[in-house]
Structure formats: structure tokens, C-alpha cells
Design a protein around this ligand. Structure first.
Ligand code: ATP
Ligand code: MG
Length: 352
């Protein structure tokens, strides 16, 4: 396994495809042999006003399988400079796998991406000079103190002297670790370790920063401080953030990408997504076979709706769709939407 910071550059073959000779990947399964067949267009995408070219992250048909399992279906995604892009999705949706490919931790099965115009397939070494990563699992050295970590990573990023000392002091203050500055990392609490990982990812003015659940395990006060820090730090950086806190995603993200089962399902600003997916409720009506052939009268629908979702606006259109969760109404059933739209329903409900 090549070293993360100094490992071999992934090459391309004569066709320009990713060369996997040096990578120990399982052979592609039948399911993974034709990514086009398994791709599915996202439900909604709000395009960027200015397409990503020389700055920012542009993902092009990025695809990853683990043996027979497809972790990330061919994905296209653009993350703009100066913005925080929130990457959301349930456990196992493929967020960490996507970030791992973009940061060179694992090779894609196919597809590529550019970061500030540099290809992750051929120019990862150059990309790393301006890359900051806070991995989902803490990557810290137990015996080293926070100051020693920041010194080490700061020097790797080319800082020295007073610039390094100033950066260390600023970051320790930002993440509220001044009191623990000389404590061995193994003796930090879970939340303090996350703070240290976050500080490491920001040192050296990294232009592209990937943060995989940076605030997991942090107390509410710390989370809010980190929000303030990230809002301040987004200037001039491309920040990609995964989180399971929807309030955090909405507050921090300029754009939100939602993944489900390895697929990008929607992408846009919080406002766009709320507007597109509504306020978070959808009503499904299913007629029982024994019911009269005519549709349920509007008064019945309204009664059913107000009984189940009193705060739901009246003007929502009532669509005919199969229901999965029957309720007690005699001629109708009322439920939350089906599995795929449940994610968006939940998201948009919490994003309000
Ligand atoms: N090293 C691995 N070997 C085999 N399968 C893997 C490996 N890493 C991840 N997977 C699978 O890839 C899929 C996506 O995992 P991933 O870690 O990207 O999800 P995630 O969206 O980050 O989830 P979480 O919110 O729990 O962090 C999962 O089904 C997982 O089981
Ligand atoms: Mg993850």
C-alpha cells in the first residue's frame, strides 16, 4: 500500500484509463462491468452559475466497487471554490468512499475528478500540497501533543518560523484546544481528537479541504464554534463537508449533495432543495378494492391530511401513488412517501 502523502502516482494506460496494476483490487463483477447500465440520473440538480474549471472540484463519472458491491455509482458533481458543499446521506451511502477517492486514499474503479484543475489520476502529488483532510476516523499519533501534530503537518505544508508558530496558535484557539496543547493525543477526549483532526486539515492554508463528519462527538457549544470557524475559513477555499446533522448542513453549506445507496440523488442550495421537494410531506392515497370506483371526495382527503399532518399546507397537490404504510382511514391510506423520497422528505423537513 503506497504512503498517503508520498505514495506512487496512479498512472494511466494507453487508453488513458486508470492503471490499477499497482493496486490490489478485486476483479470487477458483472454488475460493475458496465457502469452506464447502473447509473441513474439525480432527481434534481441546481447547476452552478459558473462551471468549475481551474479552481474547485469537478467529479466526472467517478465510480467505485468493492468486489461485487457498487459503493459509488458513476457520479458527476461540481464543488465550487469559496463554497462549502455538504455531502449528506445515510450510513453506507458512499460519502466516505467518494472522499477517499478524491483525496487519493483509494483508487477509483473508473472515472476521474479534477481538483483545482489537477487530475486525481495523474497529479495527486501536486494536489496534496494544497489539500486538507479530516478523515472520518481520527488519524493522529497517540504520543504526540496537539502542538507537535500541528508542527508536523504545518512543516509538511511548507510553513516554518513565525508563520508556523502563528498558525499553530490561531488554530489551537479556533478549535479551543489551548489548554490541551501539551497533552498527548491519546489522552484527549473523543471530541478533542476531532478538533485536533480539524485543525490539522486547515493548517497551511489548504485550498481544498475535505471534512468527513468533523463535528461528530462534539458538544453543542464546540459545534457552534466550529461552524463559526468554517464559515470564516471558507473564503478562498473549496470545502467539502459530510455530516449527519441537518441543521449543521443547512447552516454551513452553500450547496448540498445528497447521496443514497451510492448514487447522487440531488444537488443544490438548501433553498433550491426545499423549494423543489416542498415542505417535507407527501400524501399517498390508495383505494381499497372494495371502495366505490369514484375518487374520494376532497373533504375526505382534507380530513385525512389534517388528521395526519396538521401543519401541512393545504395547497399541496394530491398525487395518486401506491402507499406502503396503511393508516386507519376507511377508504384511503395516508403515509409518508416511499423510500426514495423519504430521504428527501426527512431532509427537507429538517432543513426548514
Ligand atoms: N474497505 C471496504 N471494503 C468493502 N466495502 C466497503 C469498504 N469501505 C466501504 N465499503 C462499503 O461501501 C459502502 C459505502 O461506504 P461509505 O463508508 O462510503 O459510506 P458512508 O456514506 O461514509 O457511511 P457513514 O455515514 O456510515 O460514514 C458501504 O456499503 C460499505 O459497506
Ligand atoms: Mg462515512
Amino acid at each position: 500500500m503506497p504512503s498517503y502523502w508520498c505514495g506512487a502516482v496512479v498512472g494511466t494506460d494507453a487508453d488513458g484509463d486508470l492503471s490499477l496494476d499497482s493496486m490490489s483490487l478485486a476483479p470487477l463483477s458483472a454488475a460493475s462491468a458496465s457502469p452506464a447500465e447502473t447509473s441513474e440520473a439525480p432527481l434534481a440538480v441546481e447547476p452552478l452559475a459558473t462551471p468549475v474549471t481551474t479552481r474547485g472540484v469537478a467529479v466526472k463519472r467517478l465510480y467505485k466497487t468493492w468486489g461485487k458491491r457498487v459503493a459509488v455509482h458513476p457520479m458527476d458533481l461540481e464543488m465550487a471554490p469559496g463554497q462549502v458543499t455538504g455531502l449528506l446521506g445515510a450510513n453506507g451511502a458512499g460519502k466516505t468512499t467518494t472522499i477517499s477517492m478524491l483525496t487519493g486514499l483509494i483508487p477509483p474503479t473508473s472515472g476521474t475528478a479534477t481538483i483545482d484543475g489537477l487530475s486525481i489520476r495523474t497529479q495527486m502529488r501536486a494536489i496534496r500540497l494544497s489539500l486538507g483532510v479530516c478523515t472520518q476516523l481520527n488519524t493522529i499519533f497517540g504520543p504526540l501533543t496537539p502542538v507537535q501534530h500541528l508542527e508536523l503537518y504545518g512543516r509538511l505544508k511548507g510553513l516554518s518560523g513565525t508563520r508556523l508558530a502563528t498558525a499553530i496558535e490561531q488554530l489551537l484557539t479556533y478549535v479551543m484546544l489551548q489548554e490541551k496543547r501539551l497533552t498527548a493525543a491519546c489522552n484527549l477526549s473523543g471530541g478533542q481528537k476531532r478538533k485536533l483532526c480539524l485543525a490539522i486539515s486547515l493548517i497551511g492554508n489548504a485550498r481544498t479541504v475535505f471534512l468527513d463528519e468533523p463535528t461528530s462527538g462534539m458538544d453543542p457549544h464546540s459545534r457552534r464554534s466550529i461552524w463559526a470557524l468554517l464559515r470564516e475559513q471558507r473564503e478562498g477555499r473549496t470545502i467539502v463537508l459530510t455530516t449527519h446533522f441537518l441543521d449543521e448542513a443547512e447552516i454551513l453549506s452553500d450547496r448540498i449533495a445528497i447521496m443514497a445507496e451510492g448514487r447522487l440523488r440531488c444537488l443544490g442550495s438548501p433553498l433550491f432543495l426545499k423549494d423543489y421537494f416542498g415542505t417535507g410531506y407527501s400524501l399517498s392515497l390508495t383505494k381499497q378494492p372494495s371502495a366505490a370506483p369514484s375518487a374520494a371526495p376532497p373533504s375526505t382527503r382534507r380530513r385525512c391530511l389534517s388528521g395526519h399532518a396538521p401543519s401541512c399546507p393545504r395547497q399541496r397537490s394530491l398525487t395518486r401513488r401506491a402507499s406502503r404504510r396503511p393508516c386507519a382511514c376507511p377508504a384511503t391510506t395516508c403515509s409518508r412517501s416511499s423510500a426514495s423520497s423519504q430521504t428527501s422528505s426527512r431532509s427537507s423537513a429538517r432543513l426548514v
